[in-house]
Design a protein around this ligand. Structure first.
Ligand code: GDP
Length: 194
C-alpha cells in the first residue's frame, strides 16, 4: 500500500520519505454499558477486565499502530463517559475529531437506536469530513442477539459508515476495527485533516 492511498497525493513534497506519522483524534460514542471502555482497554492494553470501571469523567488514551508501509497512526481516543449528554461539552468533544466510533451492543435494540441518535449528532455537530464507524459489540453473545447483522450493515451503508462486529471479551475483530477503519478513513479524508 503506498502513501497515495493514505490520502497524501503530494508525498513528493516532504522530501520523498515514505514513512508518515499520522495523529488521529477518535471520539467514542454509544450507550453506557455497550463496552466502549472494554474495547479501548482491549485495544490499548490487550486486556479484558470486566471489573474495571474507568469511565468516571471523560477519559483519554492513546495507541499507535504501524501500517505495512511504515506509516504510523497514533490514535488519541476520547471516551466521554456520558458527559457528551451535556450539550455545552459536545462541541469541545467533537472538535478536531477526524474519526468517530459509534458502538452498540448486539443484544440491545435500545443501544442500536441510541447509536443512530449519536450518528445524527455527529452529522450535525462534527466536522463535515468526519469518518464514522458503526460497531456492534458483544458479538460473543450471539445466542442473545437482538440486532441482526444485516440491520447494522444496512444502517452503516446508508450513512456512509465503516461497519464491524466485535467482542472486547474474546478480542474478536478489535485490532481489525482500528486497522481496517483507519484504511477506510484515510482513503476518504482530505490530507490536511490527519
Ligand atoms: P461502556 O459503558 O460503554 O464503557 O461499557 P464497559 O466497557 O464498561 O462495559 C460494560 C459491560 O459490558 C461490562 O460489564 C463488560 O464486562 C461488558 N462487556 C464489554 N464488552 C463485552 C463483550 O464484548 N462481550 C461481553 N460478553 N461483555 C462485554
Amino acid at each position: 500500500r503506498d502513501s497515495k492511498q493514505l490520502g497524501f497525493p503530494n508525498s513528493e513534497n516532504d522530501g520523498g520519505h515514505d514513512a508518515k506519522n499520522l495523529r488521529v483524534k477518535l471520539v467514542l460514542l454509544g450507550d453506557s454499558g455497550v463496552g466502549k471502555s472494554c474495547i479501548v482497554l482491549r485495544f490499548v492494553r490487550g486486556q479484558f477486565d470486566p471489573t474495571s470501571k474507568v469511565t468516571v469523567g471523560a477519559s483519554f488514551l492513546s495507541q499507535t499502530i504501524a501500517l505495512q508501509d511504515s506509516t504510523t497512526v497514533k490514535f488519541e481516543i476520547w471516551d466521554t463517559a456520558g458527559q457528551e449528554r451535556y450539550a455545552a461539552l459536545a462541541p469541545l468533544y467533537y472538535r478536531g475529531a477526524a474519526v468517530a466510533v459509534v458502538v452498540y451492543d448486539i443484544t440491545s435494540p435500545d443501544s442500536f437506536s441510541k447509536a443512530q441518535y449519536w450518528v445524527k449528532e455527529l452529522q450535525k455537530h462534527g466536522s463535515p469530513d468526519i469518518v464514522m464507524a458503526l460497531v456492534g459489540n458483544k458479538a460473543d453473545l450471539n445466542e442473545k442477539r437482538e440486532v441482526a447483522v444485516q440491520d447494522g450493515i444496512d444502517y452503516a451503508e446508508k450513512n456512509r459508515m465503516f461497519f464491524i462486529e466485535t467482542s472486547a471479551k474474546t478480542a474478536d475483530n478489535i485490532n481489525e476495527l482500528f486497522e481496517d477503519f483507519v484504511d477506510y478513513a484515510t482513503s476518504r479524508l482530505p490530507p490536511d485533516i490527519l
